[in-house]
Ligand binder design. Structure first.
Ligand SMILES: Cc1cc2nc3c(=O)[nH]c(=O)nc-3n(C[C@H](O)[C@H](O)[C@H](O)COP(=O)(O)OP(=O)(O)OC[C@H]3O[C@@H](n4cnc5c(N)ncnc54)[C@H](O)[C@@H]3O)c2cc1C
Length: 492
């Protein structure tokens, strides 16, 4: 191949593949460089194998630093390391953000192109919505990513639907249509029971694709314009138009900092000359999750994964879940927590109800990656994971060394704010209420807590919930914010 092209894309992940496809189809010469391999083996493509990809060569298997919000535990955090990036290894959940979040974001960065109304055409262009009778105002029907929702009928479908109603949630058939509130069908993006990795869904045949090649740094000229890249083996490639950095939220700050773009004082610690003094790596946040496990009264009826009677072939076509619920932190508790955090009471976060936390019910004891407490997949338990959707805690990603292949230092500062803890408490209480309805209906015997702990009820104290979060809290792998719009990059 030529060592020069118009665009070089650093990182062949989810975003990199989309950009490489669009730019090359528009007639540009594009080189996309990916550190990991191209692979579509059975384990990668299977919708039920994603949890088994932890710890493999298809991932950066990193650990956070010790987290005070998690009682001092350090927990695993991951990103995909293969062509397609994290879309090649993730859980396939397809959740569109709340319209209010996009609008607040657009206002914050002063560019209305990022508002929900203006982003909608891209959301639509991306997807082929699962319901051909769905609203064309809200969804697209000819995009490269096919979605499915509540696509498999599990034995507990109606029981869980009923318990969501008993817990006071309203049914929302369109949780991906701009407002996630209430509960509705759990949406995924498997197609014909297979993963849709970005490098397959977006045609790369017109781009030059390099795999198993890690980039050591970006080259910049005297006017601070990126002109090319250097690989760790010393090979150089030049870009006549642009170098696009799409290495994901965990590795993008590392590549920028190794190229002289980052906080000056931190770069100086590693003897890296500063080309642009920018808050790269600051503003890091991730979503934390906490899961409850529930012992079934009659496991022989085949309600959960692991039971011989839980055996319809379609149960292997996606995650064993049907419903997802999203709620706000109750306003009074939110304001009290925000005051404790010294949050400006005019903050957009406090103005309109936001989707602060979500609750899922899984027909398997699914735990987050960092929780030490696990229950076997033997058909005797279901679970109710709770996920914080809008973390206000901010941490940082910094360099451990100047070695581009070393892991950076991850400090997401999980549950660092009272606002985040209040949101998690609200979600955990809802999760307990939903499952208490299942205890009442005789499906569930009760909560299985960690050894030495009492089961919790929705009437438990805040400190009981806080303690539980500290012990079982773990990453939901939604890393973000490390090259933030408005501080590190502009809105273009
Ligand atoms: C385990 C897991 C489960 C998830 N589940 C879901 C889910 O169910 N639903 C959902 O919406 N989101 C999920 N996510 C998050 C989602 O997949 C990511 O937010 C998204 O894919 C990020 O896209 P990206 O392009 O920014 O980065 P990525 O897709 O991670 O791509 C970054 C790419 O850059 C490459 N790279 C990095 N550094 C270099 C370098 N120096 N040289 C060359 N290449 C480099 C990496 O190898 C990688 O391929 C999950 C993530 C993980 C890790």
């Amino acid at each position: 191949m030529s060592d020069s092209c118009e665009y070089i894309i650093c990182g062949g992940g989810t975003v990199g593949c989309v950009l490489a496809c669009r730019l090359s189809h528009a007639g540009h010469s594009v080189l996309i460089v990916e550190a990991g391999p191209e692979d579509y083996n059975e384990q990668i493509m299977s919708p039920v194998a994603a949890p088994h990809l932890h710890g493999t060569q298809f991932k950066y298997n990193m650990m956070t630093v010790e987290q005070p919000g998690l009682g001092g535990r350090s927990v695993p955090n991951h990103g995909g390391k293969l062509l397609s990036g994290s879309s090649g290894i993730n859980y396939g959940l397809w959740t569109r953000g709340h319209s209010v979040d996009y609008d607040a974001w657009a206002e914050l960065v002063g560019d209305n192109r990022w508002s929900y109304k203006n982003m909608l055409k891209y959301f639509k262009a991306t997807q082929t919505h699962y319901d051909p009778n769905g609203s064309p105002e809200k969804y697209g029907f000819s995009g490269p990513i096919t979605t499915t929702a509540a696509a498999r009928t599990y034995p507990l479908r109606e029981t869980i639907r009923e318990s969501m109603l008993v817990a006071g949630l309203e049914y929302n058939p369109d949780t991906n249509g701009g407002s996630p509130f209430g509960f509705g069908p759990f949406t995924e993006n498997w197609k014909d029971a297979q993963r849709q990795p970005a490098s397959k869904a977006y045609d790369l045949s017109k781009a030059t694709v390099l795999t198993n090649k890690a980039i050591a740094r970006i080259e910049l000229n005297e006017s601070k314009t990126a002109t090319g890249i250097v690989l760790i083996d010393g090979t150089r490639y030049a870009a006549t138009k642009e170098v696009l950095v799409t290495c994901g939220a965990l590795k993008t700050p590392q590549l920028l900092m190794l190229s002289g773009i980052g906080p000056q004082s931190h770069l100086a610690q590693h003897n890296i000359p500063t080309i642009a003094n920018l808050p790269v790596g600051e503003n890091y946040h991730d979503k934390i999750s906490a899961t409850f496990f529930w012992k079934l009264k009659n496991p022989e009826k085949g309600y959960a994964l692991g039971s011989p009677a839980f055996n319809k072939p379609e149960f292997r076509h996606g995650n064993p879940m049907e419903w997802v619920a999203t709620i706000s932190t109750p306003h009074e508790e939110l304001v009290k927590a925000a005051q404790a955090d010294n949050l400006d009471l005019r903050d957009p976060y406090l103005q309109e109800p936001r989707g602060n936390v979500e609750v899922m019910i899984a027909y398997a004891p699914i735990a987050g990656g960092g929780s030490e407490f696990r229950v076997p997949f033997d058909g005797k338990h279901i679970s109710s994971p709770v996920v914080l959707l809008l973390p206000t805690s901010r941490g940082s990603i910094t360099l451990a060394s100047t070695d581009p292949t070393a892991d950076p230092v991850l400090n997401p500062n999980y549950l660092g704010t009272e606002t985040d803890r209040a949101a998690m408490r609200a979600g955990m209480r809802l999760s307990l209420q939903i499952m208490e309805a299942d205890i009442a209906s005789g499906i569930v015997e009760g909560e299985t807590p960690l050894p030495g702990y009492e089961p919790l009820t929705s009437a438990c104290s805040d400190s009981d919930l806080d303690r539980r979060m500290q012990i079982v809290g773990s990453s939901f792998f939604q890393n973000a914010g490390t090259a933030a719009m408005g501080t590190v990059v502009d809105t273009q």
